[in-house]
Design a protein around this ligand. Sequence first.
Ligand code: NAP
Length: 248
Amino acid sequence: MYNFESQHVVVTGGTRGIGAGITESFLKAGATVIATYAGNDEAAHVFKEKHSLYGEKLILKKFNVANTSDVENFFSEYEKSFPSLEILVNNAGIRKDNIIASMSENEWDGVIDTNLKGTYNMTRFAVLAMMKNRYGRIINMSSVGGKLGLPGQANYAASKAGQIALSLSVSKEVAKRNITINNICPGFIETELLKDLPEDQIKEYKSQVPMKRFGKVEEVAHAVLFFATKEASYITGTTLDIAGGLNA
Ligand code: NAP
């Protein structure tokens, strides 16, 4: 359906969960994908093996998106290895839920650093690379949680709302350079991010979704590829819910 032949895509957190689905979809559409991850080498290895038919079109890089010098090193290596950067997907994200009165500084900082500072770090360097070619597509994986504010997720909701605010601002800065930046807000999607939820809470969440089921990674990936097309050239600073009707 889509053709990204000769385009280069960086997908953070691109070896597991939603990110893995996004990487797969871009590979199928002919792109070269640099899928990044934080530390789960085993999952990354299994993912690379599973997609060995794509050869050099799938490159894995391990670093922490929250660490500015890691990100700087990644982009300086990137420039030496690839001629251009067309697409960045800021997908890496974590949860550390707790009610506010019990939320530790570590839980607050950890989530804000990965989800929001990571998006800032990656976007900042990607924009510099994209401005050279006066073209770019940036897609942030936010969450309906950033608009609904589920209990126990003050850190997560703030980080996800922050991504939306960041995009609104950046979209206005880079619009003249043909760089777009948009957000996707998934609802509940079947990945390991939700694996710690108790069975009764999963049931309760499913009952709140009008479609009465959790979403699949492919259903999110499809929208990412749409935002990443050349044809989506007049869409920027916007946010799309993919949440089975659980829209904020
Ligand atoms: P996941 O299955 O837990 O995968 C997270 C990915 O992010 C992994 O590849 C992980 O690397 C990477 N990552 C985590 N921290 C990182 C860091 N500091 N630096 C670099 N990479 C890091 O999560 P998911 O469910 O696919 O979620 C992906 C995104 O969608 C997140 O931003 C999440 O907030 C958002 N989202 C998910 C849902 C949902 O229901 N699943 C709903 C709304 C929004 P390792 O493999 O090395 O650990």
